[in-house]
Design a protein around this ligand. Structure first.
Ligand SMILES: N[C@@H](CCC(=O)N[C@@H](CS)C(=O)NCC(=O)O)C(=O)O
Length: 233
């Protein structure tokens, strides 16, 4: 039986994008419903225990948490994005476990959404600590010369981290920290992720405009610099 997939989404959410990348890499067709996370509808709260997106409806079942969704899809739809070797698979899972520490809070997100120039040094230092871990991970895990986390094939680790780097790259255009240059393996990995339409194209057409609004709403330094550059044109 062919399953029907229905993604409950929000335009700028990196965790949602992780699910979309996974489905694109597998050629899975799916419908999308966007919810307003500032005014969550009752039907959404009934199927999302934490009140968060993504939720993937598979037939009548509702899956939540982007990692569980990725793992489910990898079990049931070819091609498998996890490595075939159980040791490598466990190591990959460990690096996807690191994603919240890497991306969220004092990780890359605090740099992307940094509010003032004064906040920048601390945000950079926190991001640096986490990027150093990834640099070591790639040195150990990457086969051949990459370009993806495991080598030539996109895997679930790529699907997990790509959205966070995509958002950072937008802010970095004006922040110009050049922090990735300190981590050559991460840097070439990020180049590959950002050059891959399976990753960067896994967003709605309105993503760029909505993400800019997000930067503005959060009162970020990136938004201030973007506005100043636009005013100077
Ligand atoms: N651990 C969750 C995180 C999902 C998440 O934080 N989603 C955000 C949007 S990017 C959300 O739905 N936030 C609504 C809220 O927290 O009220 C996952 O991996 O799916």
């Amino acid at each position: 039986m062919t399953e029907t997939y229905h993604l409950i989404s929000s335009v700028t959410c990196p965790w949602v994008q992780r699910s979309v990348i996974t489905m694109r890499a597998k050629g899975v067709a799916f419908d999308v419903t966007y919810v307003n996370l500032r005014e969550k509808p009752g039907w959404f709260l009934e199927i999302s225990p934490h009140g968060k997106v993504p939720v993937l409806k598979v037939g009548d079942a509702a899956l939540f948490e982007s990692n569980a969704i990725a793992e489910y899809l990898d079990e049931v739809v070819e091609p498998q994005l996890h490595p075939a070797d159980p040791i490598k698979r466990a190591q990959n899972r460990a690096w996807t476990d690191f994603l919240p520490t890497f991306g969220w809070g004092p990780g890359l997100n605090n740099l992307t959404y940094c509010k003032t120039r004064e906040d920048l040094p601390e945000a950079l230092e926190n991001a640096r600590l986490r990027l150093a871990r990834l640099e070591g991970a790639i040195a150990r895990e990457r086969g051949n010369d990459g370009p993806y986390f495991n080598g030539v094939k996109l895997c679930l680790v790529d699907a997990a981290y790509g959205p966070f780097f995509q958002r950072f790259a937008i802010a970095e255009r004006v922040l110009q920290t050049d922090i990735l240059a300190e981590f050559p393996l991460v840097s070439t990995w990020v180049d590959a992720l950002l050059a891959d339409d399976t990753v960067t194209g896994a967003v709605d057409d309105t993503f760029a405009a909505e993400f800019d609004k997000n930067l503005e709403r959060r009162g970020t330094l990136a938004w201030e610099l973007m506005s100043a550059a636009a005013a100077a044109e």
